[in-house]
Design a protein around this ligand. Structure first.
Ligand code: ATP
Ligand code: MG
Length: 145
């Protein structure tokens, strides 16, 4: 069932690298927004997981970034772009278990190498673009049932 909204809805959050104290805020706010407009619970669950993983990667690896979401009656599109080191080998980074997270990040419980695979698993369309030394852009679309 397509979503009963009369206008497209979009929003943007700024993400700051290294700012673990606010980690998860963007994905939590997006989750509330989706609930408020009556998005299917399973879609909210998938969008929240995918967004949270992308948000964490910006906080862990990049200097700063933006999370932009765009909701139409048929889908939600989420774009996370960052200014950071970029990803040298995307195919490798996409493999389950691959991680370059440093020890102090692993001690906080991150660095299982599951973030990118989980984003892909939870979205209907998933792309990563990256330029080494400039940054990374992840785009995900989740279609409404
Ligand atoms: N935004 C990014 N900028 C630079 N490198 C990234 C970015 N996102 C991911 N990477 C690289 O890709 C690897 C795999 O990312 P992924 O999210 O799958 O796992 P992880 O972050 O290492 O661990 P987890 O997500 O399970 O906590 C990272 O270890 C890092 O090397
Ligand atoms: Mg990750």
């Amino acid at each position: 069932m397509a979503l009963n909204i009369t206008e497209n809805i979009d929003g943007i959050f700024q993400l700051i690298g290294g700012n673990f104290s606010t980690a998860g805020e963007a994905s939590t706010q997006l989750k509330h927004k989706l609930a408020e407009i009556g998005v299917d619970e399973e879609i909210i669950r998938r969008a929240t997981i995918a967004t949270f993983e992308a948000e964490m990667n910006v906080i862990i690896y990049a200097a700063a970034g933006w999370l932009h979401y765009y909701i139409t009656p048929g889908s939600i599109k989420i774009r996370i772009e960052d200014m950071g080191p970029g990803i040298e080998n995307i195919e490798l980074a996409m493999q389950e278990g691959y991680s370059t997270a440093p020890e102090w990040v692993r001690e906080m419980g991150w660095g299982a190498g599951m973030g990118l695979p989980n984003m892909k698993k939870n979205s209907d369309t998933f792309t990563v673009d990256s330029v080494v030394g400039e940054g990374t852009t992840v785009e995900m679309v989740i279609n409404f049932p």
